[in-house]
Design a protein around this ligand. Sequence first.
Ligand code: HEC
Length: 435
Amino acid sequence: MNQVPVPHDLELQLPLPEGLLKILLVLLFLIHILFVNFMVGGVTLSFIFEIIGLKNKKYDALAREISGTVTVNKSLAIVLGVAPLLAINLAYTTYFYSATSLTGIAWMMVIPAVTIAFLLTYIHKYTWDKLENNKFLHLTFAFMGLILFWTIPLIFLSNVNLMLFPSRWTEVHGFIPAVLLQNVIPRYLHFMLATIAVSSLFAVGWFGRKKFDVNKHLPGFSREEIKYNFYLIAFIATLMQFIAGPLLLFTLPVYGISITVYGFILLGVLAAVLFMFLVWYEIRDNKKTIGRFFWTVILLLTGTVISMAFGRHYYRERAIEPHRQLVETKTQELYWKSEAARTRLRMGISKEPAKSAGQAGFEKNCAVCHAKETVLVGPSLNEIFELYEDYPEGIVEWSKAPEVKRGGPVMPSFAHLGDEELLEIGKYMLKAAAE
Ligand code: HEC
């Protein structure tokens, strides 16, 4: 941790207890990311099916139905993103802001990028008929949206990743170096696969629901076929997670990993394995009954996601812990320094830290009662100067055996300091008064 920028802590009150804020952050983030998954996965699937639809019309209708869900899910994703963004700002201010400024321009580009991406989803959705004979243009809109929807998460991800590693803050300047940190690409891959799996499961539920008129909206498909196809996509995407996941785990800097982190991840993997079995069971005998375990499937996936989210949270806590301690030490140091400066100022002594043994000795032993001009418990240095100018030895004698002279409080003896130190102190007092 050498060469790490370590600020001192901000003395700001949190609006909620820190623990509660963090639990809220994890849970609110999950809800937000669920809709982000629907949105990003939806854009991807819609694009792929529209291309397949060039040859096989029924897939064009499927692409269109999916694009209809994207705009709604996108609005929800954004609205639900505000809360976790505020929570992370509050709970990890130093870390989040540092990473934000280091990824600077890319981070700022999120705003116009999101705006344009959203406009493109609407254009894509509402020009389906109009551009029926110009599929190339229609697909170009979809593709531009796709590129943006694939880039924005990478910006977010590189930011929240960089905030975990203060030791890299001095070398990372800008978005590209932030992306090139060893674990970002595996993390991105992990995320993108999740968008496919999660949005496919959404499609199983959404287009498989009883109220959805498959014959009307998706002519050529049966309800079972829809469920089967999306289950299969979810299965394959999740299977690939068994490569992307470990890849991410092994590229993460180890110092954030703890037993707790492993525990949560293991729990998540366990739920994921059960999930895979059940989905496999559903698609293996592609019968009329497909989808009857849908809610159990969802429950298992929820289990995976929540475990992983907590694993991730504990990783984050542990990764920034050493830096937090440095900040704490630095804050303490700053506190003492400012306290000392304040005391010296109050006593009318120099604002600088002690420069000589005499000054240090004076500040330690005498400054509580003697100041330069004001009369504290004992007389001012100016007065002492009048009495002992050019005669510091007199101060030594006095301090070893103070008398009752002024009839006020009595000065304690400082004989224990010894002649040598008292002489230094005496010299300093006279010098300070003369200045
Ligand atoms: C607890 C308060 C207190 C501390 C600490 C203290 N003094 Fe004093 N000092 C006094 C008081 C009270 C007097 C006045 C005593 C009197 O005149 O009866 C005094 C008076 C003096 C005088 C004037 C003597 C004179 O001839 O009138 C000197 C010199 C002095 N102190 C030096 C020191 C030095 C040096 C130290 C630190 C090593 C020190 N004092 C620490 C309370 C203190």
